[in-house]
Design a binder for this molecule. Structure first.
Ligand code: MSP
Length: 520
């Protein structure tokens, strides 16, 4: 089973475009696996504990559990609207997760991997972390990014992270722990060079933070952030599950084939803490997950933030422009782990040119003219005309480029490959001008061949587009009267899906142009 996970989102507000992008990417890659015929399981969810949630609840004057529940619903509603179909839903307040976290903590304590110590030092209230001298700037100060810095003395529990660092370095070098894209792997190795041998503080005293999972061996403390959140990847995959838990079989899923995360939580959380935690639990190098790291969506070069008031709301975008336009844009405009700038005009432009004009017109013209000039009947497409041969070659090239790109999770490159064949087909129609040819009755058989080449291409393109735009693909299958294409795998995608004599349906625009003028 191909196992895909994403980061679990903090539900301390509404989901933004960055959250939506990550879930859509995971959804697309899961659907792609199924298109290959590979069974896949997609786990995502929400990270409901922690100080941020408590602060938001205080500022809104609601109970933190109520806030977590309410905001979680907002995430669930959005994923439904955006066609994000997951198989497992991880909520960190789930009793099954809590039990797993506590069992892991007890084990690690038994093994001597945890210890308690008093620490006196500087603490950033905003970032909720202890600071060391390495966090000082060149002037020797704690910079403004840390907000208010106070001196505190506190006892806490620590995980012996330092015991695992040299193992981690070799696990990354040997590619047991895979990190893609490659430049992110280099980033992690460089960070390890610079890292000292500090251990990881994993608790907070209950009197300072009560909203967390209590340590089973010291109930005055709760787990802090990563020892709770990271464990979701295994707890909801069935690790140490109870018989009646209704969770998957761990052995069927683990290790994760793709853990999709943003660049901000790569170092140290996912590339250092997480593999070291797994190693301490007894997972070998071969049981390490693969990390896929994506970039950030910014707005006009700025990071999205409440204070800048520039947060892009995917819910509003889907309401205005539709789910297809949003899914297409997010997949089309980000490349191989790099940042992207959210640009509404590009969203509209990409939809209107690549979908409404190019693919939409190709589909519409193919079905419309097949109906008007050929009685909706498909002709034999095993022809030897050089233009036909070139079209079939273009489709084969597109299909293999699409496959290669999707295998390396470069959805944007896969969409470009689809567009290349659309452009080829539109050029082919312009060259043959079936609307002119049909005036000469003796050319009608050739008209049928030409239109059947483009209709056949539309069938293939819709199958390839299915992971990104499942609804649009279904509409295209409907207009081609080929609902059976919905069950097709990539291996079945050979020329001749539409058989001679097959009757196509009625044309109806699948991608109606977005008219910005009509927007209020
Ligand atoms: N709860 C932690 C993750 C725990 S995973 C065990 C967290 N939550 S988050 O809500 O802040 O972020 C969730 C995911 O969204 C992360 O992968 C993060 O990188 C991603 N993004 C947050 N802002 C983003 C953008 N502006 N653009 C793209 N992705 C971004 O971190």
């Amino acid at each position: 089973m191909f196992f895909i996970t994403t980061a679990i989102d903090y539900p301390n507000g509404k989901p933004h475009i960055g959250h939506a992008f990550e879930k859509i990417l995971a959804d697309v890659l899961t659907r792609y696996q199924r298109l290959k015929g590979t069974p896949a399981y997609f786990l995502t969810g929400v990270d409901q504990h922690g100080q941020k949630m408590v602060k938001t609840a205080e500022s809104e004057g609601v109970n933190v559990a109520t806030l977590a529940k309410r905001n979680t619903k907002g995430f669930l509603r959005l994923w439904e609207k955006l066609g994000v179909h997951y198989d497992g839903w991880a909520e960190t307040t789930d009793e099954r997760h809590k039990a797993c976290v506590q069992a892991i903590l007890s084990d690690l304590k038994e093994k001597g991997a945890l210890y308690k110590k008093a620490y006196a030092g500087f603490y950033s209230v905003r970032q909720e972390q202890f600071l060391t001298d390495r966090d000082r700037n060149e002037a020797g100060q704690f910079g403004p990014e840390w907000g208010e810095v106070i001196e505190i003395e506190e006892e806490n529990w620590y995980f012996k992270l330092s015991d695992h660092i040299s193992w981690l370095r070799s696990a990354i070098e040997k590619n047991d722990l895979k990190i893609t894209p490659e430049f992110r792997r280099t980033e992690v190795l460089n960070a390890l060079e610079r890292s000292g041998d500090t251990d990881l503080c994993i608790s907070r005293p209950k009197d300072r933070l009560a909203w967390g999972i209590p340590l089973p061996f010291d109930p005055d403390f709760v787990t802090y952030v990563w020892f709770d959140a990271l464990i979701n990847y295994i707890s909801f995959a069935g690790y140490r599950k109870a018989d009646d838990s209704n969770l998957p079989e761990f052995g069927d899923l683990w290790p994760a084939d793709l853990q999709i995360i943003g660049k901000d939580i790569l170092v140290p959380a996912h590339a250092v803490y997480w593999p070291c935690m797994l190693h301490a639990m007894g997972f070998e190098g071969s049981a390490m997950p693969t990390l896929l790291v994506h970039g950030f969506w910014n707005v006009k070069g700025d990071k999205m933030s409440k204070s800048l008031g520039n947060i892009v709301d995917p819910d509003e975008l889907a309401n205005h422009f539709g789910t297809d336009a949003l899914r297409y844009y997010l997949c089309r405009d980000i490349r191989a782990g790099k940042d992207s700038d959210f640009d509404l005009e590009r969203l509209v432009m990409l939809f209107n040119t690549e979908l409404a004009n190019d693919l939409g017109n190709l589909l519409n013209r193919s079905i419309n003219m097949t109906k008007g000039f050929c009685n909706s009947t498909i002709s034999d497409t095993n022809t030897s005309d050089p233009a036909d041969v070139a079209l079939r070659e273009s489709l084969a090239k597109t299909t293999s480029a699409y496959r290669e790109a999707m295998e390396s999770c470069e959805v944007s490159v896969a969409l470009q490959a689809i567009n290349d064949h659309v452009t080829h087909c539109n050029g082919y129609l312009e060259k043959h001008k079936p609307w002119e040819m049909k005036k000469d009755e003796s050319l009608l058989p050739r008209v049928g061949e030409v239109l059947s080449h483009t209709a056949e291409s539309c069938a293939h393109l819709a199958v390839l587009l299915r992971p990104v735009l499942p609804d649009a693909a279904a509409k295209i299958f409907g207009q081609l009267k080929m609902e059976s294409l919905a069950d097709l795998t990539l291996a079945d995608l050979t020329w001749g899906l539409l058989k001679p004599g097959h009757q196509t349906g009625k044309p109806k625009p699948v991608f109606p142009r977005i008219q910005l003028e009509q927007e209020g």
